[in-house]
Write a protein that binds this ligand. Structure first.
Ligand SMILES: [Zn+2]
Length: 183
């Protein structure tokens, strides 16, 4: 919706309005032939997550979390919800997993280490990858360019491609991989 309203307009909507916008977006938009739709959701187990699980034949859910315990609490709630709704959880992605100093290459686990990985192992869920906290991802994203487009040869872009490849196979997607995913 952010693309349809002026920049400074806040979308102050109650749950039913959000739900109806979602339904309209999924059903009334001429999407054309798609390989994949990825729906990025805020954390939590609210109206949108529940409506999606009920109304859409989802290939699966991907849980993205930072490593802190507090974020992992939300992860556990989300897992329980998707489980109850019969949505397959395809895997975990640990975001902001590590900070690599651009000067000396030292790695710091600012938000703690391996929290999502431990949770994934405990629950027998695939760990799809770890996205570092990195200046080039932040800068490219702010310019509206995914890192795989802005700096396709960077290690960060390689990690995104590695995650995408796993998702395609885990979700049993019939789509052929685009050529640029094969590297
Ligand atoms: Zn340093």
């Amino acid at each position: 919706m952010g693309l349809l309203v002026p920049d400074e307009t806040a979308m102050i909507w109650r749950g039913p309005m959000v739900q109806s916008a979602l339904t309209q977006m999924l059903n009334a938009v001429v999407w054309g032939e798609l390989d994949v739709i990825v729906i990025d959701l805020p954390p939590g187990t609210g109206d949108i997550q529940i409506s999606l699980a009920q109304q859409v034949n989802l290939a699966g859910a991907v849980i993205v979390s930072t490593p802190q315990d507090i974020a992992l609490l939300d992860v556990v709630k989300a897992l329980t919800m998707f489980d109850k709704a019969g949505v397959k959880v395809l895997g975990f992605i640990q975001n902001m997993a590590v900070w690599v100093c651009p000067d000396c290459g030292r790695k710091d686990h600012i938000f703690g280490e391996g929290g999502a990985a431990r949770e994934a192992e405990k629950r027998n869920i695939s760990m799809l990858g770890e996205i570092p906290l990195s200046m080039n991802i932040r800068e490219a994203s702010d310019e509206g360019k995914p890192i795989v487009v802005a700096e396709p040869k960077s290690p960060q872009a390689a990690e995104y491609r590695r995650i995408a490849r796993q998702l395609v196979s885990l979700a049993d997607l019939k789509a052929q991989l685009p050529n640029n995913l094969n590297t």
